[in-house]
Structure formats: structure tokens, C-alpha cells
Design a protein around this ligand. Structure first.
Ligand code: PMP
Length: 284
């Protein structure tokens, strides 16, 4: 049995319903967040909320809950009802339900759907690293909004899978923006961590943000500047970040080896530091 939250009520996930006039269903007119939890502690909750507010603002969708403390309580209740000790929460807010018309409806209220899910991270991916391919970035110019409109991401993730790779890294004018489901990093020739700046061409990942904070706290230099494919091929290490994958070493790009083809030292240090930080949040 799996319980989800739909507009104020807790329901069995398989039979929960939302209108076919939901604008998320008709127009992808909505935003989402994926958060991880351990015990009943949601990791990086404030950062996710901040991004959620930014996404809602970007699409001019009304804030459905006036107070995010109530959202935290809903998440905790859902985690308890599902009897999970760790996993992920998916939260989706759409502009609401109304007859299909591009114009914003005047009277509808946002639809809020929240459910939990579990996904086991394959330890082999952390130990051996993953393969990545490069592709053109076909997305719009508001990638900073965590919109539920994910077609280019879906297609490029599928293309990667069909080529035996974990992820596609997208590029605009030969500069790597980010992965289809994750942020992209290198340890450049000078040994500095480098990643695309958090502007409208990427989703400002919560894991990306956390990693940058950890690195800076530990006096590891981080440059938020886009890198090119040739920077990537001459980099010492590469890795990706996301809430579900955390930090994964990248060992080949388009089948070309990065560094010595094994997870890099700096990447492993960052993974350890990140795990420590998560542990601290669990015990807060
Ligand atoms: N970029 C894209 C396109 C993503 O889909 C994700 C994961 N949702 C990320 C970056 C990583 O974001 P986060 O660390 O907040 O999960």
C-alpha cells in the first residue's frame, strides 16, 4: 500500500485521481521538486523550498500553501504513513484544473500532488563511475524553472540508456550546460572544480549548491563558468550531481576516457564530505 497526498487528502496512490482538465496534464503547466529523506528528516528542505518558490514565481502560479511549515508537516505525515525509513518525495504543483484554454484560468486553484518513492542507488556506479554522452541542448531558455515539461530531458536520458550510458550532457554553442537529470562538473586542468553558472540555462541543483558550499568551506576552489567539450576532454576528473544520484564520478565521455578512467580523487573526497553533511542533517 502506498499513500499519496492530493489537494488536502491522503489517498491510496493507485486509485488517487486528478482531473483530466488539470493544466499539468494538458499543458505541462506546473512545477515539481524531488527531495530525499532519512528517518523523517527531509534533506536540504529549505533549499528545495526556495527553488520551489522561484519556479512558482517564474510561471506565475499561486503559492498553494501560505506557510511552508505546513508543507513540512504534510511531508513528514506522508513519510510516516508510508512506513519508510529512507527514500524520496515527489511534489508537483500545477496551475489547477479548468477547461482547456492557453490563457490562465481566473478561478482555479493549484493542484498539489505529493508521493513518496524509493530508489536504490547502485553502489557500483559510485565505485566504478558512469559513462556520459554529449548532445545538443534542445531546451528553452528558462531551464532554471523546475517545470514538469521535461521532453528533451526524457528523450536524451532514453538515448543515453539505449547507448549503454548513464546520462547525456547537453551543450549550447559548444559549452556544456548540464545533464538531462543532473548537473555537470569537471576538475579542470588546474585542479579547480568547474561548473556552469546557475543562470537560466541550467537548473540550479540543490545538490550542486550544497556541493559548492562544502567545497568552499574546505578551501577547494570552485569556478562557476561554463566549460567547453575540449575543456571536458582535457579535464582531470568529471562528475555529476542530483538528489537521487547524489554525486557520481564520470569516467568516459562519448567513450573517451577522462583522467585515468577511474573515479577521481577529488570526486571521492567530495562524496565523503557530502555524505558527512547528510549525516549531520539526519542527526539535527
Ligand atoms: N538538472 C536537471 C535538468 C535535473 O533534472 C536535476 C534533477 N532534478 C538536476 C539538475 C539536479 O538537481 P537536484 O540536485 O536539485 O536534484
Amino acid at each position: 500500500m502506498s499513500i499519496c497526498y492530493v489537494n488536502g487528502s491522503y489517498e491510496e496512490k493507485n486509485s488517487a485521481m486528478i482531473s483530466i482538465q488539470d493544466r499539468g496534464f494538458n499543458f505541462s503547466d506546473g512545477v515539481y521538486e524531488v527531495m530525499s529523506f532519512f528517518g523523517n528528516q527531509v534533506i536540504n528542505f529549505e533549499k528545495h523550498i526556495k527553488r520551489l518558490e522561484k519556479s512558482l514565481g517564474g510561471l506565475r502560479i499561486q503559492k498553494p500553501l501560505t506557510n511552508y511549515k505546513s508543507l513540512e508537516l504534510i511531508l513528514k505525515k506522508l513519510i510516516k504513513l508510508n512506513k519508510l525509513d529512507k527514500g524520496f518525495v515527489y511534489l508537483q504543483i500545477t496551475r489547477g484544473s479548468s477547461s482547456r484554454n492557453h490563457l490562465f484560468p481566473k478561478l482555479s486553484k493549484p493542484n498539489v500532488v505529493i508521493f513518496t518513492f524509493t530508489a536504490k542507488l547502485d553502489k557500483k556506479l559510485i565505485l566504478n563511475g558512469v559513462k556520459v554522452r554529449l548532445t545538443e541542448d534542445l531546451r528553452w531558455k528558462r531551464c532554471d524553472i523546475k517545470s514538469i515539461s521535461l521532453l528533451p530531458n526524457v528523450l536524451e536520458k532514453q538515448n543515453a540508456f539505449e547507448e549503454g550510458m548513464y546520462e547525456s550532457w547537453q551543450k549550447r554553442k559548444n559549452l556544456i550546460t548540464e545533464g538531462s537529470t543532473s548537473n555537470a562538473f569537471i576538475v579542470n586542468r588546474n585542479g579547480f572544480i568547474q561548473t556552469h553558472p546557475a543562470n537560466n540555462f541550467i537548473l540550479g541543483g540543490v545538490t550542486r549548491d550544497t556541493l559548492i558550499e562544502i567545497a568552499k568551506k574546505n578551501k577547494i576552489k570552485v569556478i562557476e563558468k561554463a566549460f567547453s567539450s575540449s575543456d571536458l576532454f582535457s579535464s582531470k576528473e568529471a562528475f555529476l550531481t542530483s538528489t537521487t544520484a547524489q554525486i557520481l564520478p564520470v569516467v568516459t565521455i562519448n567513450e573517451k576516457t577522462i583522467g585515468n578512467g577511474k573515479p577521481g580523487q577529488m570526486t571521492q573526497v567530495l562524496i565523503r564530505m557530502y555524505n558527512e553533511l547528510v549525516k549531520c542533517q539526519i542527526h539535527e
